[in-house]
Design a protein around this ligand. Structure first.
Ligand SMILES: [Zn+2]
Ligand SMILES: [Zn+2]
Length: 624
């Protein structure tokens, strides 16, 4: 640490953080943290202040108090903050000699601040006042509290430890949101509400899609029939498209001799994510964390000629990776998952073409699921890497060129490639504009060398192929979680486990309802008849809750003429679509939307976006 200049007498950031606030929004949010601390100390004079940095959407401040803050306390604090804003108190910088500062904070009972000053301050202690409230801080801040226009205190406080260390005093952390304008704040709060409503764990339960059971273990997913059906649709589509796209489908076991992982380098580089070996008749086997070595072994099973290359081996391969229980999260972070994996073995002169081909494949597949907006990153050579500089340059250039050819905007992530090669990472943007890492395209020079891969070149000499690792959806589990949240459980017709419900108005119409359903079934529509002795409105509501795309109500009018089959149609989003309409028209429409894998049904958007950015700009190529 360098000695601080006289003008900046300490090296403490926003209320004890290690960096000063450096952007307008950070300064704004950090000033809001001071506002919070001022309100808390005025309402609870015994409260000791910890630290209060800005966050991505606001700020927090840690307090040492006798009793945890109640929701009523938090409301009172928010009110007090609004009062201080109204007073428009100046926020003023003061330089105070260390001895005096220690005395001042000690008199206010701020023992923790004294500790920070002793640890971090120089001879002159930089403080900021907000009326009577004073804080030890590097700043900078807004000139006065009146500049804070839009903030909100979160409904509950959480626990933290002083200086983040377990065993230290337990603090109460109050979070707040802060934005430049009321509109921005409201929009953010709305998005948070939406995210809660779309939470895949909640919808997974409500729609009976999947579960995670104590009896089976944390991070291990049980796919229920409806979730299982959606997975089947995804897998069928995936396999068909891979066969069309020139891939071969392969399958590999869940365990393999540990030697395989020694050769691949996993036991060396990846050990922390692997489970303990399994002893089988005195030989160690490993539960697979990756599929690559299996596909490599298939490649190696024969002598390969330059004429046969490229080989494209694809597998929905289930892998097991250790994740600490604390980081597991629904479908998003699990211990066992199925990668939609493939490995391409090609000649160096084929690399560019293959990358472009994969890129086109990725965008086609993602579009089928309704994802058209991405954040794309090209990761370049890290400090500790395998392969030569020219190899890295050629491969990195090939990745960039493919993106530029397709006019896809990307940013460069310097030094973030894997140790074996550069990569493209594609984060898909969902309907709330959140980015999810799904697709990856990775060039690999390392494994072909480790495993002595060869092909016989035109001149009869042995050559080493290049490998591409790629996944389109990433993990089926995670992708399913993203899909659930993107569509808020209202899946497009081609994925929906139940596409339509027929609802007879009374028992007299049960037979007609079954007839309607049979007609639909023979056209391949997934339909059932709700003939329970419940009220029609109740059945509609339930189909609505289950997000069934279409509901067909049948009663006296619809069944009057046996030669003309009529239904009254409802859509989960659009509501009433007309009474006594033609059944055969609906069958044709649903069958078409389904076979076309439409992500919207006619005029009805499936996943309306709330605000956010417009279409992707063309190539930017800037550094992230
Ligand atoms: Zn500050
Ligand atoms: Zn791989």
């Amino acid at each position: 640490m360098s000695s601080p200049p006289a003008e900046l007498p300490d090296n403490t950031g926003p209320s004890g953080e290690s960096n000063p606030a450096d952007s307008e929004i950070e300064i704004y949010r950090h000033s809001s943290a001071h506002l919070l601390a001022a309100a808390v100390t005025e309402l609870y004079p015994d409260a000791q202040c910890g630290i209060g940095p800005p966050t991505d959407d606001g700020f927090f401040y840690d307090f040492l108090v006798q009793e945890p803050f109640t929701p009523e306390d938090l409301r009172a604090i928010e009110k007090r903050m609004a009062h201080i804003v109204k007073q428009n108190r100046p926020i003023e910088r003061k330089l105070i000699p260390k001895v005096e500062a220690l005395d001042l904070f000690a008199k206010k009972g701020q023992t923790l601040k004294c500790e920070l000053i002793r640890d971090k301050a120089g001879d002159l202690v930089q403080c900021y006042t907000m009326g009577d409230f004073i804080d030890f801080c590097l700043g900078p801040h807004l000139p006065s509290t009146g500049r804070i226009k839009a903030f909100k205190v979160r409904e509950s406080a959480s626990q933290s430890y002083w200086k983040g260390k377990e065993g230290n005093p337990s603090m109460q952390r109050i979070y707040g949101y802060a934005f430049f304008t009321k509109e921005e704040l409201d929009q953010h709060l709305h998005r948070l509400e939406e995210a809660k409503r779309r939470d895949h764990r909640k919808l997974g339960r409500e729609l009976d899609l999947f579960s995670i059971a104590d009896e089976t273990g944390a991070g291990l997913i049980l796919w229920h029939p409806k979730g299982g059906f959606i997975r089947k649709q995804i897998e069928d589509f995936w396999r068909d498209e891979h066969l069309k796209g020139g891939y071969d489908l392969v399958f590999s076991p869940h365990i393999a001799k540990i030697d395989l992982w020694n050769t691949s380098g996993h036991t060396q580089y990846y050990k922390a994510n692997m489970y303990s070996p399994i002893d089988i008749e005195g030989v160690e086997y490993q539960l697979k964390p990756m599929n690559c070595p299996f596909h490599i072994t298939i490649y190696k099973s024969k002598l390969r000629s330059y004429r046969e290359l490229p080989f494209r081996y694809a597998e929905l391969g289930t892998v097991y990776r250790f994740e600490r229980s604390g980081v597991l999260h629904g479908l998003m972070r699990v211990r066992g998952f199925t990668q939609d994996d493939a490995h391409i073995f090609c000649r160096a002169d084929q690399l560019g073409g293959e990358i472009l081909r994969v890129l086109d494949f990725v965008t086609m597949v993602l579009r089928a699921f309704g994802f058209e907006r991405y954040d794309i990153y090209v990761s370049t050579k890290p400090a500790d890497a395998s392969g030569t500089d020219p190899q890295w340059e050629v491969a990195t250039a090939a990745l960039k060129e493919a993106l530029e050819t397709r006019r896809l905007a990307y940013a460069v992530d310097p030094g973030e490639g894997t140790f074996y090669g550069p990569k493209i990472d594609i984060k898909i943007k969902d309907s709330l504009d959140r980015a999810w890492q799904c697709s990856t395209i990775q060039v690999d020079f390392h494994n072909p060398a480790r495993f002595d891969l060869e092909y016989i070149a035109e001149d009869g000499k042995a050559q080493q192929p290049v490998m591409i690792h790629r996944a389109l959806l990433g993990s089926l589990e995670r992708f399913f979680g993203v899909l659930i949240e993107h569509y808020a459980g209202a899946f497009p017709l081609w994925l929906a486990p139940v596409q339509a419900v027929v609802i007879p108005v009374a028992e007299a119409h049960h037979e007609y309802a079954r007839n309607v359903a049979d007609k639909m079934k023979s056209a391949g529509i997934r339909v059932h008849v709700d003939d329970r002795p419940e009220k029609m409105q109740y059945k509609i509501r339930e189909a609505q809750v289950q997000k069934v795309p279409y509901m067909f109500v049948v009663g006296k009018t619809e069944s009057a003429d046996p030669k003309v089959e009529l239904v009254s149609a409802r859509h989960r989003h659009a509501g009433d679509l007309g009474s006594a309409t033609s059944l055969s028209d609906w069958i044709a429409k649903i069958a078409r939307f389904s076979s076309e894998r439409a992500v919207s049904e006619g005029e009805v958007p499936m996943a309306p976006r709330s605000g956010g950015t417009g279409p992707q700009p063309v190539v930017s190529g800037g550094v992230r």
